[in-house]
Design a protein around this ligand. Structure first.
Ligand SMILES: [Zn+2]
Length: 244
């Protein structure tokens, strides 16, 4: 029988093997500070790999140019895989962290301004430069950011931090290898060192992956994580115990 005579076989999309809920390890990829150079590669790689991710966006970066708006639209369009979440308007008055956190009313207004511009379909926020948490269950805030976190909480926001970060150097390039990041993920799960058992939030920054050689590292990291049979990629809107 020639190839043309062969019975056509339906292309079935690869399905995740069924696994008892208690055995699943949830991975939340999160990319901060976009839209910026690098965002496009993050979108392309996650789309090609068919993995979920959350983009914590800076509204100033979105609203200042057509470039930012275009990237924002690309994320928005793929809402099966991606969530857009609020990472403030000015990223702490453009990097003045002490001033920002010492003025919690102004900082709250900065988040509300970003909400108005980004129109996120969720109530998730992440603080600029600070790993704070406030969901129904998870509470963590240093003295510096506590006044703002309380205000965000009473406004109905969930504050989402991270369990591990893929660090970058002064040139904005990834410091760690993809293999190191995956081994760190493995060990945090193994030793139950995540904020919520079996749920791991990974912080990255869009700009880290703007160079082709660095975007390959993101792709490698995701490929390695996908080889773990019990790992599942999720958007942060499905993180446990969020305030509605
Ligand atoms: Zn940031």
């Amino acid at each position: 029988m020639t190839a043309s005579q062969a019975t056509p076989v339906a292309i079935v999309q690869q399905k995740e093997p069924e696994l008892a809920d208690s055995l699943v390890k949830h991975i939340y990829l999160s990319f901060d500070d976009g839209p910026l150079p690098g965002t496009s590669n993050c979108i392309d790689i996650c789309t090609q790999q068919n993995v979920a991710a959350t983009f914590f966006e800076v509204a100033f970066h979105e609203s200042r140019s057509n470039y930012g708006k275009h990237l924002y639209q690309r994320i928005l369009k793929n809402d099966r895989l991606f969530d857009i979440a609020n990472h403030s308007f000015s990223h702490a008055f453009f990097g003045d962290y002490l001033d920002y956190y010492h003025q919690p009313d102004s900082a709250l207004a900065d988040f509300n301004k970003a909400k108005f511009i980004l129109q996120p379909k969720n109530n998730l926020v992440r603080l600029p430069g600070n790993n704070a948490w406030n969901t129904q269950v998870e509470k963590r805030a240093s003295g510096l950011v506590r006044p703002l976190v309380h205000k965000l909480d009473s406004t109905g926001y969930n504050v989402i931090g991270w369990d591990m970060e893929w660090h970058f150097n002064k040139s904005g390039r990834p410091v760690n290898s993809p293999e190191y990041i995956v081994s760190l993920a493995d060990s945090l799960f193994f030793y139950n060192k995540t904020k919520t058992k079996n749920h791991l939030v990974i912080l990255m920054h869009d700009v880290m992956f703007r160079a082709p050689a660095d975007s390959v590292k993101l792709n490698t990291m995701i490929t390695l994580l996908k080889q773990r049979p019990d790992f599942r990629f999720r958007k942060l809107t499905s993180y446990p115990n969020l305030k509605k």
